[in-house]
Design a protein around this ligand. Sequence first.
Ligand code: CAO
Length: 432
Amino acid sequence: MSTVEVKVPDIGDFENVEIIEVLVAVGDTVAEEDSLITVETDKATMEIPSSHSGTVKEVKVNIGDTISQGGLVVVLESSGAAAAEVKEEAPAPVVESAPVPVAEAPKPAPAPAPVVEHKPSPTANINPESFKAAHASPALRKFARELGVDLSKVNGTGRNARIVKEDVQSFVKRVMTSGGSSTGGSALGVEPMPEIDFSQWGEVETQPLSKINKLTGKFLHRNWVTIPHVTQFDEADITSLEAFRKQSNKDYEKEGVKFTMLSFIMKAIAAGLKKYPRFNSSLDASGENLIMKNYFHVGVAVDTPDGLVVPVIRDVDKKSLVEISMELREISGKARDKKLMPSDMQGGCMSISSLGGIGGTKFTPIVNAPEVAIMGVSKAEMKPVWNGTEFEPRLMCPLSLSYDHRVIDGADGARFVTYVSHLLADARRLLL
Ligand code: CAO
């Protein structure tokens, strides 16, 4: 074992250049030509490589120090034959142009000549041109290649927007948590969300997402990007149903039963699932078979202070409107009191998202996979409807049926929503 002092080689005209990165620490093993430090001038950044292989015994510099040719960088403990003699001449530094400041013309990098890396990219997803153009050190490029990260998609937080190791690590973390691939952004090849400091524009407060937000967010994201959605709109004439609902509420007041439009819509959905069985199916994991269901369980999206949950009411086809209304009240109460069990939210055939009590004209709900369709309900409004001879005021309820186009054709989508509208237009049909 002998010790070797590694010094800064000839770096051209530069003197007293600032060290912006120390890439090794005591105890690290370095190979000949591994980068030890990065220095930066106003025109370029350079990596100073090691002249020997060995173990770092002492690091003689710190970030922020300035250094010139001949300056001592590290002391290595080396067992190699070459270590017997101390090399004054370290390999040439690797030079990279710094990003050109606004309004300043590009200047050629100083001597020594830039060492351009020509290693082929191990992943097909990395664009070699934009990767080369990224502002990052060779060591960082190597690290990024190993992870298959396209540096052109990573935001640099180092000086002059230089990409540092932490940037690559947080990029990978973001991609992994968003369910995408390491190609940057996701399997869709889209740009990842940049990390933004919003406080630069005014006062802000960070609020962590609730557990429910995080969980539903993941499912919604998956469903949004993996299911080819189509949303079919319609308006159901619920004038007579509303009159019937109001009357029923009076009739059942003493029993404490309250009917909302939702109970009727649930019944209509169950009837629709019976008539159009493909809506009551799920794709199996292979995506090559449909699982057809002979039960009729309907999920209901419930808005709670902690986020959205979708409890399921079972056997809607067999239950009376009174039973459905009571169960709906009970289960939405449980949802808001955080008392739902996981089993309360499983096994749905199709879901309803009703925003009718809140407002809005139409919206496009996201299919709640493995279900293949979801019915969105918006606020009913009085509208003039042409009856063939004159306009009549009718209470029209907007319906938005989103479906998985892999399973359901457009024609069936239109048939289903028309059928549900038809049932809602005449309450008697629902009771049959
Ligand atoms: N048109 C007009 N009025 C409507 C209506 C509609 N389509 N739907 C409900 N209403 C009325 C109700 O009749 C009720 O009025 P009254 O008290 O005068 O009878 C009022 O709006 C409030 O209803 P509600 O929302 O409490 O009851 P509901 O049975 O319609 O809905 C529930 C229950 C749990 C679905 C609802 O409270 C809820 O959480 N909705 C939000 C669902 C959600 O967040 N979906 C978005 C998911 S993201 O895609």
